[in-house]
Design a protein around this ligand. Structure first.
Ligand code: GLU
Length: 295
């Protein structure tokens, strides 16, 4: 299998310039290292009808190309089932009946990092589980044997973060992001993960899970987010931030692409022309403030 990088948007709405900048970076990282570039639609949750079409249209409009058909997570349930079955047969999962509120209110386990699942359901007896099943469907959690794990990141260096008994399958039957992303990246031959640095805290969990499943841990690069003028992560409410919004005020997609490339210290123009000057070591490390460009 060839090695590949990827962009993996959730089709919950239109992409904004922050998402587009991350997509450009993922493309540049992949192409500059001789990898294929793949697109995966992460539609297990919060998918809005029509959003995928809009997202692919916008990615094409800024010049992104991908080297295989788009993959959708809702079509890959069998792969996720297999992974969960494997972990379960190894005794590495357990059923959890906790509500969100019970988790919040539970005393945390000694030495457990803040925000870690407190382990309430980890030691339920078979009889207790039987009783709980009658009142509430279970989620499936990983029975983790570590509390933290370190990962290497091309931009952030060594990052040590929490690994707890995180959810693999939610109690409504939906596969959790952390499981799906690990299974998909490996199955698609993705050995380079470039994404927003808001996902860095989840990365130790994913690297640990990959190791348990006997899968290679990809190379990571977590890139700075785009923020509004208050320094807050860019969102739809921040004015003209999607290609549609910007086109409506007279700013075409090619101009948006150019502004995004220039924010990375790269020359304006087609993406392929920026490849020659692309060097991960010289990328800006701070969040980038979006200001609507002049027409
Ligand atoms: N689907 C996730 C998101 O849009 C990205 C997941 C990833 O890149 O690993 O936030």
């Amino acid at each position: 299998m060839t090695s590949a990088g990827r962009f993996a948007p959730s089709p919950s709405g239109e992409l904004h310039v922050g998402n587009l900048r991350t997509a450009i970076l993922a493309w540049l990282f992949a192409k500059a290292s001789g990898r294929d570039f793949l697109l995966r639609v992460e539609d297990l949750d919060r998918a809005r009808s029509g959003a995928e079409t809009e997202q692919l249209r916008d990615l094409r409009a800024i010049g992104l190309t991908w080297d295989a058909d788009v993959v959708r997570q809702t079509e890959r349930g069998a792969l996720y089932d297999q992974a969960i079955q494997r972990l379960t047969s190894e005794g590495r999962t357990y059923e959890c009946f906790c509500t969100r509120r019970e988790i919040q209110e539970a005393p945390s386990a000694p030495h457990a990092p803040q925000g870690a699942y407190p382990g309430t359901c980890r030691r339920l007896s078979a009889a207790e589980r039987e009783i709980r099943r009658a009142s509430r469907p279970a989620s499936i959690r990983l029975r983790s044997e570590v509390t933290e794990r370190s990962v290497e990141d091309q931009l952030q260096g060594t990052f040590v973060g929490m690994v707890d008994d995180f959810v693999l399958r939610r109690n409504d039957g939906v596969t959790a992001y952390n499981l799906a992303v690990v299974v998909d990246d490996a199955a698609q031959g993705i050995d380079q993960v470039v994404r927003g640095d808001d996902l860095l805290p989840s990365t130790p969990r994913q690297a640990y899970l990959a190791t348990l499943l006997g899968l290679p841990v990809p190379e990571y690069a977590h890139v700075p987010l785009v923020v509004n003028h208050d320094g807050v992560r860019l969102a739809k409410r921040d004015g003209a931030v999607t290609l549609d919004d910007l086109a409506a005020v007279g700013i075409p997609a090619a101009r948006v692409r150019d502004v995004l490339l220039e924010s990375l210290g790269l020359p304006a123009g087609p993406l392929a022309a920026a490849l020659g000057g692309f060097d991960p070591a010289t990328l800006p490390k701070d969040p980038w403030v979006w200001i609507t460009p002049q027409t």
